[in-house]
Ligand binder design. Sequence first.
Ligand code: NCD
Length: 295
Amino acid sequence: MKKHLISVRDLTEEDVLDLYDLFKQFKTGKKERLEGDVFLLFLESSTRTRLSFERACRLLGLQTYHAGAGESSIEKGESFSDTIKTLKALGFKALVFRVPFVFFPYEDLLKEEISLINAGDGTHQHPTQGLIDLFTAMEYYPSIEGLKIVYVGDILHSRVFRSGAYLFNLFGAQLGVCGPRTLIPKDLSPFGVIKVFDNVEEAIEWSDLVIWLRLQEERFKESYIPSKESYFLQFGLTKDRYAKLKGYFMHPGPVNVWVDIDGEVLYGDKSLVLKQVENGLYVRMAVLYWALKDG
Ligand code: NCD
């Protein structure tokens, strides 16, 4: 059976610790060579996720092939399952995919002898970003156990939240969310959230780490906020709020400056934004190596 990474919910604590160990090794210069071809299917736009997967493949000696939106037969109505069969028949060892739809249920799709790695599917999962956020927090805080973390913004449409919250929960963090009520899921029980804040000042006061998220407007089916200006004033990271942060802040990117975060504090001393980007390369090397090393 090939190894896949579709959802962080399929990872045990031991898997995550193995991945953390590999991540640290790659970050400190571990060299490994794998053989084979990897197909990067990115039906949604991406800068950091796509390029870090592509670089990670190349640093591991894997050949990369890429198709973006409008460049595969999926747009002609071919199913994902037939696409996977086709890629296997062409000799690909792995498919890294980013798609606008939710990839679930997926058990039947894992039967082909090709590794499937999720780089973001609709509002469902973004496992490598969840791992990036967990591992970055592990580097900057003495322990995740008991760490108070608040996600701020568009929780409803965020696959980053769905992957990250599960992983932080697995390692004993305490989780809160903050944002317009229209952008917070009604049922937060699957995510281990213990606090819901309407007021971002209170969220900042409570937390050791704050993770801002982008408004995922491409997924908005209706108008969820009065305006971007009012959203920034109510929930954005302003200079005043930055001064009150007790620890660091993160953002998975892409940042909408002056909507999510004031441009003057985006790369300040309390920002882990570029650390997350840097770690993305090593997380993806770790995931690809973990999935592909035995075949
Ligand atoms: C995120 C995504 O695509 O889910 N970006 C990323 O991969 N770093 C978040 C977003 O698009 O806002």
